[in-house]
Design a protein around this ligand. Sequence first.
Ligand code: ZN
Length: 174
Amino acid sequence: MRVDSQLKELVDEMFEIMYEFRGVGLAANQVNLPIRLFIANPSGDKEEGPELVFINPEINKAKGSTEAEEGCLSLPGLNAHVKRNKSLHVNAYDLSGNEVNTEFDGFMARIIQHEVDHLDGVLFIDRLTDELRRPIQEQIQKFENAFETRQKSGGIPGIEAMRSEIAIWEKKYC
Ligand code: ZN
């Protein structure tokens, strides 16, 4: 796996964005980068770490079941309980280009499943039971409408568009 300086710069920029949005994970396609890569920092704190990078991640040996609340930087203000596997192994490359195969559980396992879902085009709202989806269906519809409007008017937002929206989002949701 070849990791060049351009990819390292993109990853740095993704971490910056993730902290600006107060997130704990971010998938490249959330900021319109067509790469199978995600970043995570379960502490959400730049000073604390750990900062993890997963390139071409594949989940295997997923086990157990656990339910907890999730939110998503792509759906600000929306939270719901999502069922996930308790533990899993991830096969990926790190930012040094080395292959890693590591076991995770708890919160980190949840972040990994959420982010790999993003890379596969799946959002946490797609994993809700009908019962859990119903109370937030109206909010979901608003996001879907906004997304459609945006697509019609020239594509989904990239890094710069997301940055310019931060101020608005913070006013509304923080
Ligand atoms: Zn998300």
